[in-house]
Design a protein around this ligand. Structure first.
Ligand SMILES: *Cc1c(COP(=O)(O)O)cnc(C)c1O
Length: 423
């Protein structure tokens, strides 16, 4: 598969006149089509609901689009809860899947009626002390340990992950919760990240469904939902085959029919907490080539840096790059594409074959719609970029302005210093 931008050079130049680079741009058409498909793929399950992982793309304007397709919000911090509340997502529209949770955040989540997903058995006590009384509906996060394998290949290492309860703790937690009056139970697990295979969800579902049957039989708990969480990946590399959400939906359905239905659990709702899959491909970081350098290697310096997209620096993640307007030219130049941070890992690409880059070229960095802008920070005094929505009718709208130096210095506003830099 070749990877192509969702917009044109002409459109990006038109936008850049109004909002200078760098900026993240999002494709409304793609977001809608994908959300629609997810909904269809799981329409066989009556209670199906996607709780969009707010941390992936915490922009209220984008999440509001997903809300039109019945999506709720998956939050893991108080500010994410606040964001959700501000766009009208409260009650059962909010899943609070946090870890290492401060008691005050449990309280905030409960006050807005969110479903609380407990990461640890010790949180039962904390929750009870904090709220006075446990909610009627609660979820527990499961971590079976060991390696997560599909066929014979290792997908991830849950045994090394800080999240969730062991099998023993899960049974214990359900018993305790039941004895304390909890009436509706959920199970949640996130065992592998960015999986580009249609088998992840069905394999995970089998694990969760089987444990659900045992929990029901062993504790008498009424399990009303099973949350497959996030982890469905996207093809960052051009040679990867994208997931087929319909095949994934059918795969989960056949495990459901095989495991849950015979156990009399045919009313269990399937929940998801997808982030990357919902937004990743529908965002791009648009930046401009502003410097070139020839030393021991060939460097192209752009006006964005790791502050705008941290994944390559943090994980060595691959993000495809298109030099706009040169889509059909041969990739016969080898470059490191770098940002300006005083950190040598600030490289969007290393030894990447690209067409000859000229100063002023627009560089389109693919698949930044999730875990892109969101992971931004302010190292080196760098400012976070704007976010722009490319609408279905081809018009564009600013959905977050770029940071200014005033924003950067704002946290000194109780000191004279803020006045000094801003006057
Ligand atoms: C990060 C996260 C998600 C979303 O993960 P993706 O890989 O973006 O799908 C969902 N649930 C929880 C609890 C998470 O921490």
């Amino acid at each position: 598969m070749s990877k192509t931008p969702f917009t044109t050079k002409e459109k990006l130049e038109e936008i850049a006149v109004v909002y200078p680079t760098p900026f993240h741009i999002y494709d409304e058409t793609g977001i809608r089509k994908n959300a629609e498909n997810l909904k269809k793929a799981f329409s066989w399950n009556k209670g199906f609901k996607e709780y969009f992982a707010v941390k992936a793309t915490p922009n209220p304007f984008l999440i509001k689009i997903l809300r039109e397709y019945g999506c709720g919000c998956d939050c893991s911090s108080v500010t994410e809860l606040m964001l959700s509340k501000a766009i009208g997502a409260v009650g059962d529209d909010v899943m609070f899947s946090s870890n290492d949770t401060p008691a005050s955040e449990f309280k905030y989540a409960n006050d807005m009626g969110a479903i609380i997903n407990l990461d640890d058995i010790t949180h039962i006590d904390i929750l009870e002390k904090t709220l006075g009384k446990l909610p009627k509906k609660l979820s527990c996060r499961y971590n079976p340990g060991g390696l997560f394998k599909i066929s014979n290949s290792i997908m991830d290492n849950p045994g090394d992950a800080k999240y969730g309860m062991t099998t023993e703790q899960l049974f214990e937690a359900f018993k305790i919760l039941k004895s304390k009056g909890v009436e509706e139970f959920g199970i949640h697990a996130f065992l592998a990240s960015n999986t580009v295979t249609n088998e992840y969800y069905p394999t995970l579902a089998k694990t969760l469904f089987e444990v659900a049957v045992k929990l029901k039989n062993g504790t008498g708990a009424h399990i009303t939902f099973i949350n497959l969480s996030g982890g469905i990946g996207i093809p960052y590399r051009p040679d990867q085959t994208p997931n087929d959400i319909f095949e994934i939906g059918n795969g989960v359905r056949s495990v459901y029919d095989r495991v849950l239905v015979p156990a009399g659990m045919d009313d269990v709702a399937i929940y998801t907490e997808l982030g990357r899959f919902m937004m990743g491909p529908y965002g791009a970081l648009v930046t401009r080539a502003i410097n070139q350098k020839h030393t021991h290697k060939e460097y192209i310096g752009v006006d964005a840096c790791a502050v705008n997209l941290m994944r390559p620096a943090m994980y060595g993640a691959y993000h495809h790059i298109t030099v706009m307007g040169k889509e059909n030219e041969p990739c016969d130049y080898k470059y490191d594409v770098t940002g300006s941070l005083c950190e040598n890992n600030d490289k969007f690409a290393i030894d990447r074959m690209l067409p000859k880059v000229d100063m002023g070229d627009l560089i389109y960095i693919h698949d930044t719609g999730a875990h892109g802008f969101a992971m931004g920070y302010n190292y080196n005094g760098k400012l976070k970029s704007a976010e722009i929505l490319l609408k279905e009718d081809g018009s564009f709208e600013l959905i977050r302005r770029a940071e200014t130096p005033e924003d950067y210095f704002r946290t000194f506003d109780c000191f004279d210093f803020y006045k000094k830099v801003t006057e």
